[in-house]
Every structure is written in C-alpha cells, then in structure tokens.
Write a protein that binds this ligand. Sequence first.
Ligand code: N01
Length: 501
Amino acid sequence: MSLDTLDGREATVLPTHVTHLVVGAGFAGVGAAIKLDEIGERDYLVLERSQDVGGTWLDNSYPGAACDVPSPLYSYSFAPNPEWSMSFSPQPEIQAYLRKVAERAGILDRFRFGTTLEEARWDEDAQLWRILTSAGELTATTIMSGSGGLSAPKLPDIEGIEGFEGELFHSSRWDHSAELAGKRIAVIGTGASAIQIVPELQQIAGRLDVYQRTAPWVIPRHDRAYTGLEKFLFKRVPAIQRVYRTAIYWGRELYVPAFTWQPRLAAPARKMALANIDKGISDPELRAKVTPDYQIGCKRILISSTYYPALEADNTELVTDRIARVTPTGIVTADDTEREVDVIVVATGFHTTEQPIAEHIFGRGGRSLATVWGEAGMASYKGTTTRGFPNFFQIVGANTGLGHSSMVFIIESQLAYVTSALRRLRAEGFPAVEPRRQVQDEWNADIQRRMKRTVWSAGGCASWYLDAHGRNTTLWPRTTFTFRRLLSDFDADAYEVEART
Ligand code: N01
C-alpha cells in the first residue's frame, strides 16, 4: 500500500492522474478492478471510504445479517466459492469472500481505503475528470462508480428523535459496543433488515418493541448448512455448484412474469406467505396485524422462518399504532402511550431514488447529477451512462435493481458492457463519450411504459422502489438475461463521441 507517514499521521498518496478511477469496493468496485486488469487497463485506482472491501456487506454487520439470495448465485460467476457454509450466506462470509477474491486477484495495492470521493468535475477543455478526495486531488479519464444503491442510511423524521438519551443507531451502522442483553429495545421498521434483526434481539432483550408501519409479506427461509460431502464435491467437481447456481437462477427468473404482467401467478407465493404466518403465530389478533393488505411483490418479498415466532414471544410486542414522537426515554404512539426503552434501532432503509453519489458528480456545464436527476428523476442509458456526464460509468445505476434475483448477475452484465466500451475507447485514444439524448430518453420511456403494469406500480403499496413522482427508477422490469443480452456489447451508435484535444 502507498502509505506515507506524515507528522505521525498516515496519509494516502494519490497519483496526479489515473486513466480509470473506480469508486467503492463492494461487489461492483472489486469486480470492476478485476475486469480492468483482465483487459490490460492497469492504470486505475479504487477509492473506498471504509477500511476494507465489502461495501454493503461491510456496512451491514447487524446480528443476523445474511443474504436472501442463495449463496451459489450470490457470488461472481468467475469466482465460485466451494466454501459457503450455508445455503444463504451470512454477512461475515460474504465480506470474507470478497476480500479473498480481491487478494487472489492481486489488486489490493491499487485500493485506497479510508478515502472518500468528495467531488468530481468534468473539465470540458481538458476532457477529463478533476477529482477532489479526502486525501487530495487527482484527474481521471473515466470514472467507474460502484458506490451502491443502498449505501446511505435513511433516518426517520420523527419529532424528538434527536433528543433520545439512550442508545440509537441505524441497522447499517450497528453499534457493536452497545450493551443489549436484558435491555428494553425498540426496532423501528419491518423491512428486510428488521426481520433479520428482530429474532436475534428477541433472544437477548429484556423487552422488545417492534414498530410496524406496513406489514411485509414474508415467506419461509429454507436455509441449511451445506454437508461435508457437498462442500467436497463443490471443490472437486465445480460443475456441481454450477448446476446449483443454474437451477437457482432459472427458478428465480420464473418470478419475473408474476411481478410484471400477471400478478395472479404470484398466488402460490401469497399462499406460502399466509401459511408462514399461520405456522409462526397462533394468536389470531397478531396474525391479523402482520397480514399485509397489498399485493405480494409490491414491496420486496422477505424470507424468514424465525421472524413470526419472535413476534409472538413473551418479551416482544408488535406495535402498529403510528409513532407520534420520541421522548428522551422512550417512544410515544398516536394513542398517547409511552413505551420506555434503553435502545432504539432504526431499521428504516436507505436513500434509494436519490443516490448519494449524485451530489458529488458535476458534468457538462457544471451541473450535478443530483440536479439533473432532481428535475426529471433518476434516468440513465442502460443504467450505466448518463447524458451530460462523459466517460462516467455507473455500476448499479438507475433501474438496475432486482426484486427477485442476484445483483451480482446485474453487476457482471454492466461490467461486460463497460469493459467492451473501454476496449473501443482505448482503440480511439479515449475520447469523451456520452449517450445521445434521444437514445437515453427512449430507453427510459420504454422502462416506464413497462413499469405501469407491474406489481410495483399497481400493487397498492408505497415502497423505496418509487421516487417522489411515483416513478419506479430503481428496478429492472424485465428478465435478467434480457438485461445481459442488451448490455453484451458496447453500442457505439448510441453515443456521441468527442475526440480528445
Ligand atoms: O429497509 P426498507 P431495509 N416510521 O426500506 C419502515 C436490501 N436488504 O434496510 O414499509 C416507521 O425495506 C418502513 O415502513 P413502510 C433489500 O433490497 C437485503 O429493511 O415504508 N417506520 C419499512 O418497514 C431491502 O429491500 C437484505 O411503511 C418507518 C422499514 O422501515 C433493502 O436492502 C437484508 C419509517 C424500512 O424497510 C432495504 O431493506 C437487508 C418511519 N418514519 C436489506 N420510515 C438481504 O439480503 C421507514 N419505516 C437479506
């Protein structure tokens, strides 16, 4: 690592210029670095504000954190992992996997940890990006952003919350020093994070209050440890793990029609979720409280076999009255009941339709991505390139999220597109490229047309998929293999190209 010691402090040393600047060291950033190496583009740097690789799988270290996509599919296709211990990987294993992949690829010397991108400005005259980081300045010909769609915690806007005198933290910023055993704990939210946290806290809390605003649909989690024989075979006969991966992949693709054009196809999932309630909860009143009143799939379908039993445990209360305010010692609901607590866990999700990186990227004419998206909503071409932001490639950009399958598949599809673009740009001396206005507009119009009939738009719920205008700018509405096909090759015709001066 290029670390110098200055006045007793360690300082990250940056070059004055790199050809490619990668932002973020999660699945997208690590994958980008590996692919850049593969195509011989070795003049790159990866900036990461944390101290290790992992991205969301470093941030989300709350008790019970695990992936809800099965492990054979939730890994890079080029780096299978025969050592997964469970069919759904726990968070520490995923983070360790990413580190191992990066170590094996020999790329970590180009990562600058603890370094935040503060601002990137397109210089029209020099046709390159001028970048300000927490460790100094540099320029770059291209930026590949893998900063994540679920990375900025969203805190609830509840009266008095800043005045709470106990412990309070967000699910993705878990305070591991907080003493929780025997404490009175409140969890606000019942999304994917909360339903993993609640069963863990229930086992140690003196009392646990779970504040539900909208009931989620939850199907059983058929998790299990891989047997020694399976792990042996995964290692010795990698084709077997590929068969698992393929079966899981296609099984999940079958859900796409149920989400998009035929909600009736979701009936089996609904039945499974209702049976999960019946199995996990015996009290009819509690069953009624946790039964959603909107179409399954409208919000992300959650998976857990332990959440409902935890809600019915003696030390747990599911609170469905609206939160009115937080006092220094507890939470007051609309019926004026105060429940005193020692700890509040806010599992209230992330900023999704306004990606945090957008405020830091300034394209042509000095306009920030946040300004451009603020006017029209998040919109890019193929979720990867954006009009007005030359040579800016975003991995996991607008309309690339999934409700049913592995984001790693999407990330690899985007990386294939970007590396195909870079090969082309290299051949032409890295000119400035950006998508044509009409092409980008048509791409997004097609997505929004398809969105109208989806369960996410018409399923009768509000979700983090939708922006302030009710547009779904986060999810991909078609099959993932269609996404891969559409991004298989750089379509130079869709771009305006400006030769370097
Ligand atoms: O966040 P969420 P998350 N007062 O936005 C509630 C991925 N993920 O961190 O539904 C009271 O889903 C809100 O209520 P409502 C996955 O993609 C994956 O749980 O808006 N409540 C909701 O219940 C997931 O979708 C994994 O009415 C408030 C909850 O907080 C995404 O991350 C694990 C409130 C927020 O749920 C986000 O999941 C974890 C308020 N003011 C996460 N504001 C796995 O792979 C919000 N809420 C397993």
